[in-house]
Design a protein around this ligand. Structure first.
Ligand SMILES: *Cc1c(COP(=O)(O)O)cnc(C)c1O
Length: 339
């Protein structure tokens, strides 16, 4: 019964073209020391930080499917904030595929936490991977400056392909549904059925893909997105939009009422970690040697810990925490390492 369900969904997913950028499946591992420390439930980690080259992360899985559309392009154009993991993964993918890469670097979405914010971590890696960087002011419109860059490249004879902010689109979400299928397969092999998949949610296609995939493969499992943008209504609306598109593309039923975006763990603003985030990052480092980040995954774990402490699950439940990557941003926030 379960196997049939997974096979049916796998057959739909395999029809989506993929570039083959990522090494799939990413591992699913138990976190025994974190589980013991919190007194249950059983916590597992889906290692999307190990999705491949360029320090990995959840955007590579989306790009693997999205860039199948880019076969005529000679240049990838995208953008994000200075410490965008998404931009860094686009730059890495461009390097791997032998494409040029132009990135809009948004300044002003957040107040830099210190001087190295502008020079280290992801922004340094963008340069290392050969991307051309264009400094632009943050206006709140996530895709405008990216589209402007692409338009300017046409008269130069370039063939740009636009990768949207956060690699979030219906296609990106469809590709990300593969992470839910893998989780279902890996959990079955480990003899457990997850009660929830918990991760941090920003531009939305990660949660959209997980929700559509889980509806098909893990119907008893909740998908819980921890809002890290301090904009839970906008996040939820975007997740619903991408999930609706992905469900149509993959031809699976989907109910928007299942989209669960949890507010209250974003700290004061996007990119600004609060004490619970710093504590969560340090806990994961000390107990499991996993590097979470102050913008995304640290807030995701802070949210998961708060839900556990509020009694959402019993010690017998199995919970999958998705490590979406982001480790390089740690080095842009050096105060995290001081005691
Ligand atoms: C982009 C990102 C997320 C959020 O994924 P979305 O699809 O944008 O919601 C989570 N964690 C990390 C580390 C990211 O870079």
């Amino acid at each position: 019964m379960t196997n049939n369900r997974l096979e049916r969904f796998a057959a739909k997913l395999v029809r989506l073209p993929r570039v083959g950028l990522t090494r799939l499946p990413t591992p699913l591992e138990p976190l025994h020391r974190l589980t013991d420390h919190l007194g249950g439930p059983q916590i597992w980690v889906k290692r999307e930080d190990c999705s491949g080259f360029g320090f990995g992360g959840n955007k590579l899985r989306k790009l693997d499917y999205v860039l199948a559309e880019a076969s005529d392009a000679d240049t990838l154009v995208s953008g994000g904030v200075v410490q965008s993991n998404s931009s860094r993964q686009v730059a890495a993918a461009a390097a791997k595929l032998g494409l040029d890469c132009h990135l809009a670097v948004y300044h002003g979405r957040l107040k830099p936490p210190g001087p190295v914010y502008e020079t280290s971590g992801n922004i340094a890696l963008n340069r290392l991977f050969g991307a051309t960087l264009h400094d632009v002011p943050w206006t709140g419109d996530r895709n405008r400056a990216i589209e402007d860059l692409a338009r300017d490249l046409h008269p130069q004879g370039r063939k740009p392909y636009i990768v949207p902010y956060g690699v979030s689109s219906g296609l990106g979400a469809s590709g990300y549904a593969s992470a839910a299928l893998e989780t279902a397969q890996q959990a079955a092999a480990e003899n457990f059925a997850p009660s929830a998949v918990v991760h941090c949610s920003g531009s939305g296609a990660t949660q959209a893909g997980l929700a559509v995939g889980a509806a098909a493969c893990l119907p008893e499992c909740a998908v819980i997105g921890i809002d890290i943008d301090a904009e839970p209504e906008r996040v939820r609306a975007d997740v619903v939009r991408y999930a609706t598109a992905a469900a149509e593309m993959l031809d699976v039923p989907f109910d928007a009422a299942r989209i669960d975006v949890v507010a209250g763990h974003a700290g004061p603003a996007y990119g600004v970690p609060h004490q619970a985030t710093l504590d969560a990052i340090k806990l994961m480092g000390r107990l499991e040697a996993l590097a979470l980040d102050p913008v995304y995954s640290g807030k995701g774990l802070a949210g998961l810990i708060a839900l556990i402490e509020a009694g959402r699950w019993t010690p017998d439940d199995d919970i999958v925490f998705v490590h979406t990557g982001g480790g390089p941003a740690l080095f842009a926030y050096p105060d995290i390492f001081s005691h």
